[in-house]
Design a protein around this ligand. Structure first.
Ligand code: 3EB
Length: 338
């Protein structure tokens, strides 16, 4: 042993407990689970029209989406260090030195275009107030996503409003990873995770970047990256955006469920491959998946494809939802934990 040499303390490694994590908890297990939980950033509920259990708890937001089968389920985001409450404008959430999480109910009775812009401007105000955080992941669950609003589909109006807010306030040249899926049960919501450092965007070599879609899909393109890598201490996590049967910018396998499943699987593999090539820190964590199906009956066909990519032990939520192109039958998002 060399004299005078001692292994230095590595506070960065000692504190390398994951900065955040997600847990999918069925309603029947939630009360007990919450008793041992610490540092809850936020809870999104699926399939619960009357959130009586948690009505008084501001960390809880109901999504307008229901599980494909079975009881209501909850998506719980936790931090590794204590969090504080913050409410600004329409956004309620939590933050600490490293992270912020919040949700807003989108007031879209006068149209989704101004409502999406207002909601995102409120989100940027919240991020500023939470210590200048930057968004690393958005989830958008508008209701009636395919309905007409004065001659334009609501999803296209949503894209215009979101784009306007991003041009005004997003302080990075590429947008974060995201999901947009239409719901049926209650109000439109947007929720998000943010951090003191931006995530690194990743695109899918099989797909045109969504923010470069041609105008045939609407006057403003959807503002999201296909995936992003977030590094904390010596570990990385990966956010894979909602992924569907789109190659280039075109929908593939219209009316063909098996074809869409196979194409979606190829897209997931391709974007995960691309992320792994770009990873500066190892990705070691478990996968958490959200699977959105237009028809519940698709589940038995989708499950084996998902297992082959992510393994049978990955935690997952299956939800009924309208994908933002009418012809699309499924969309899958993935989060690889630290
Ligand atoms: C697509 O690839 C499918 O508008 O934020 C997926 C993920 C989709 C996010 C969004 C839309 C969004 O275009 C739809």
């Amino acid at each position: 042993m060399r004299s005078g040499f001692s292994k230095p303390a590595r506070p960065d490694l000692q504190n390398s407990a994951a900065a955040f994590a997600v847990h999918y908890i069925p309603q029947s297990a939630l009360k007990d689970w919450l008793r041992q939980a610490e540092n809850i950033l936020g809870i999104i509920g699926y399939g619960l029209p009357e959130p009586s259990l948690l009505a008084s708890n501001p960390v809880f937001t109901m999504a307008p989406l229901s599980p494909i089968s079975g009881e209501p389920v909850f998506e719980v985001w936790t931090a590794s260090t204590p969090v504080q409450t913050l409410d600004t404008g329409s956004v309620a959430g939590k933050f600490n030195d490293h992270l912020a999480f919040g949700a807003t109910i989108v007031q879209d009775q006068d149209g989704l275009e101004p409502a999406a812009e207002r909601a995102y401007l409120d989100i940027f105000d919240f991020l500023k107030a939470s210590g200048n955080k930057v968004p690393i992941r958005f989830w958008n669950y508008p209701v009636a996503i395919a309905a007409d609003d004065h001659g334009m589909e609501r999803y296209r109006r949503f894209n215009i409003g979101r784009h306007r807010a991003f041009v005004a306030r997003l302080q990075q040249n590429r947008p974060p990873a995201a999901t947009a899926v239409g719901g049926h049960l209650g109000a439109s919501i947007i929720y998000f995770l943010a951090a003191s450092e931006a995530a690194t965007p990743v695109e899918n070599p099989r797909q045109v970047s969504a923010y470069n879609y041609p105008r045939i899909y609407g006057p403003r393109s959807p503002s999201f990256s296909r995936a992003s890598i977030y590094v904390q201490n010596d570990a990385a996590c990966l956010f894979v955006s909602g992924t569907a049967s789109i190659v280039g910018h075109e929908t593939r396998h219209e009316g063909d469920l098996a074809g869409q499943i196979a194409e979606t699987a190829e897209n997931l593999r391709a974007v995960i491959d691309e992320a792994e090539k770009r990873t500066v820190a190892p990705m070691r964590g478990e996968w958490a998946l959200k699977i959105y199906l237009h028809d519940a009956a698709a589940l038995p066909l989708v499950a084996p494809a998902i297992d082959s990519i992510f393994g049978a032990s990955a935690q997952r939520i299956h939800l009924r939802g309208d994908i933002c192109r009418r012809e699309l039958l499924l969309e899958i998002e993935a989060f690889r934990q630290f």
